[in-house]
Design a protein around this ligand. Structure first.
Ligand SMILES: [Zn+2]
Ligand SMILES: [Zn+2]
Length: 319
């Protein structure tokens, strides 16, 4: 089969990769579309050591499964594959499984290929009316929804989202559904305009009212975002941390201690809930798409995705 293969920080397009053999509890999935994510670019830069097929944002069709009801289903999948036996799994913290593999990121070949395998328990059927392009966003959208699994956001809360990238935009759209008093802070007028169109208030860093927000989400992807979050949060408020970056952030932790601020690290979330928001058409992800590339032009696609200010690049792998 065809695929984008990473080895020693070298990416290549290959046509001679064997089709993966699904284990007993796994499905063989033919990939239809796959989104390029910043994590893919970071893998190429050596952020994590990984050899194999990258890619973790996908929609596909189940071609083989031990349970026949799945065969032919259009699916998205949870990307963390847990062991079910370690102490984290026994505590139902499956994404923190100490023996986990992660699709296209760690120990498991990913979605930039004709086929991938995932356990059936990881799969979610794509609801009627959700397009393949929309479904390809289910994984990053789930990361936005995951905030609500970790932090209670009330309709009376003041919420500030700092970051106007794709993830920041999705987080703002999801948190707006809570009815909270929401302000999305960004750096680019045209990016914030996408939120304004949906009735979400936006502003720049200077529009932050100091120490008033009950919940602040930091998703700038940059260490400087944390200082803005600290400025925005009220005493005993909560800062949700969504950014991962190389290097370390400098922040005045004494102020966090004195103000008794809660810091919450947040990674991923429920794919099924993300798909249902897409099906209800209460969240719009299509404006983030820049363009599509066929899989065989994958190297060009990755280059395009790495350009500053690039929007989502989607690989069209099969129809
Ligand atoms: Zn991703
Ligand atoms: Zn485990």
């Amino acid at each position: 089969m065809r695929g984008l293969w990473l080895e020693n920080q070298n990416m290549s397009y290959r046509e001679n990769i064997p089709v993966p053999q699904p284990a007993k509890d796994e499905a063989l999935i033919r990939v239809l579309r796959a989104g390029i994510c910043n994590t893919d670019l970071e893998l190429m830069r050596g952020y994590y050591p990984f050899t194999g097929i990258i890619g973790h944002e996908f929609v596909g069709i189940v071609e083989q499964a031990s349970q026949p009801a799945w065969v032919g289903a259009k699916v998205c999948g949870e990307i963390n594959v847990s062991c079910g036996e370690c102490s984290e799994c026994r505590g139902a913290r499956f994404i923190h499984c100490t023996a986990r593999t992660v699709l296209g990121i760690s120990g498991r070949d990913g979605a930039f290929a004709d086929y991938l395998t995932l356990p059936l328990r990881n799969l979610h059927r794509v609801p009627q009316g959700v397009s393949d392009d929309e479904a390809a966003f289910s994984e990053p959208l789930a990361a936005a929804v995951g905030i609500l699994e970790q932090v209670a956001v009330h309709p009376t809360d003041r919420v500030v989202v700092i970051g106007d990238g794709k993830l920041g935009n999705m987080i703002s759209q999801v948190l707006a559904l809570t009815g909270a008093n929401l302000l999305a802070i960004g750096m680019f007028k045209e990016k914030l305009a996408l939120l304004e169109k949906r009735g979400i208030a936006t502003g720049f860093a200077q529009d932050i009212v100091p120490h008033k927000a009950d919940v602040v989400v930091e998703c700038t992807g940059d260490p400087t975002g944390l200082e803005l979050a600290r400025l925005a949060v009220r005493p005993r408020g909560t800062i949700v941390l969504k950014s991962t970056y190389k290097g370390t952030a400098t922040v005045n932790f004494s102020a966090i201690v004195v103000d008794e601020v809660t810091l919450v690290g947040s990674r991923s979330g429920p794919i099924g809930a993300a798909l249902s928001l897409l099906a209800k058409r209460v969240v719009d992800v299509l404006p983030f798409i820049q363009t599509h590339f066929p899989l065989e032009k994958g190297l060009q696609a990755l280059e395009a995705a790495a350009k500053p200010g690039a929007k989502k690049i989607i690989l069209t792998i099969a129809e």
